[in-house]
Design a binder for this molecule. Structure first.
Ligand SMILES: NC(=O)c1ccc[n+]([C@@H]2O[C@H](COP(=O)([O-])OP(=O)(O)OC[C@H]3O[C@@H](n4cnc5c(N)ncnc54)[C@H](OP(=O)(O)O)[C@@H]3O)[C@@H](O)[C@H]2O)c1
Length: 288
């Protein structure tokens, strides 16, 4: 039995769909903090349980009888997320889970300029010490993080982004979910760490050029100063510390932390990951 946590999230839901759509679909259990927000059609095809990272008893119950745990990282700040992730690992250990597939993030090192990556540094360390066989998936920056910037660019003709000159190898949710499902189901991945980046290092100028092609009109790029971006995050309701933590991903990008493409995603998928031109074309058609 495979348990997928955060099964109501964008990544978790796609992992579940991938597993259920396979001809050799395994028995799966879907877990979430908010079970009622798991897609009803998916939930009807498997067991759905509460798996709240803040409630150890729910994790203990969810992990019972589980062989493989697809542990999707939570989304709180480090001070909350690190103990949450320890609780997941403890529950898995107590329940005798045989393997954990963990969704980490690119460049999980203590010296990273991206503050929130410390939760992944600590979780990878705790997993290594747990004695449980693990597969670490270091997901690259989601292409979906571009949605707001692209939506604005299609209206204004200017793709304005923080750290506009930074090259980033974006990866798409669909590709990451398919790779995660394969790794969870197939043998031979225990003890492995995969760098799941896209294959194209692109800065805002490169993205604007692709966007111009797919939208059929000129779109230029521009830089958003990091201070302005932090202030914008504040208007969305984040306090100063949370905004600084989130925005620090662009300091890390500017330092080149996400500029190196890896071929692990293509190898796991058995095909190239989505081309960013195709990703932007699909986004452009939905954004209008
Ligand atoms: N690679 C990147 O660029 C990038 C960007 C953003 C995030 N991430 C990481 O990737 C993860 C998955 O991404 P996503 O796109 O699927 O994010 P998402 O759609 O925002 O989903 C986040 C998930 O975390 C769950 N969660 C939050 N707190 C929880 C708790 N206490 N217990 C159990 N579940 C909890 C949420 O459940 P509820 O519905 O109950 O809130 C939701 O299912 C994120 O959680 C984050 O760690 C990566």
């Amino acid at each position: 039995m495979i348990l997928i946590t955060c099964a109501n999230g964008k990544l978790g839901e796609r992992v579940v769909r991938n597993l259920l759509d396979r001809a050799d679909a395994p028995a799966i259990q879907v877990g979430a903090r908010s079970v009622e927000r798991i897609d009803a059609r998916l939930a009807s095809r498997c067991a759905a349980v509460t798996a709240d990272y803040d409630v150890p008893a729910s994790l203990a119950a969810a992990c019972e009888g589980i062989k493989t745990l697809v542990f999707i990282s939570g989304n709180a700040g480090n001070a909350v997320r690190i103990p949450q992730h320890h609780a997941v690992i403890e529950a898995a250990k107590d329940a005798g889970v045989e393997r954990i597939v963990y969704t980490s993030f690119s460049n999980p090192v203590a010296t990273s300029r991206f503050k929130l990556v410390q939760a992944h540094v600590e979780t990878e360390r705790a997993l290594a010490e747990s004695g449980i066989a693990c597969t670490i998936l270091r997901n690259g920056i989601y292409a979906s993080n571009l949605e707001g910037f692209v939506g604005n660019a299609l209206k204004s003709g200017v793709l304005a982004m923080p750290s506009a000159a930074a090259k980033i190898c974006y990866s798409g949710h669909d590709d990451l979910a398919e790779a995660t499902a394969r790794v969870a189901l197939e043998a031979g991945h225990a003890g492995q760490t995969y760098e799941l980046t896209g294959s194209e290092p692109l800065d805002a100028g490169d993205l604007a050029a692709l966007l111009s092609e797919v939208a059929g009109r000129p779109i230029i790029s521009a830089d958003i100063p990091l201070g302005d971006f932090r202030a914008f995050l504040g208007t969305l309701g984040l306090d100063d510390a949370a905004a600084a933590d989130l925005a620090s991903i662009y300091s890390a990008a500017a330092a080149g932390e996400y500029a190196t493409p890896h071929d692990d995603l293509a190898r796991l998928l058995g095909r190239p990951p989505i081309a960013m031109r195709d990703y932007l074309a699909a986004l452009t058609s939905t954004e209008g």
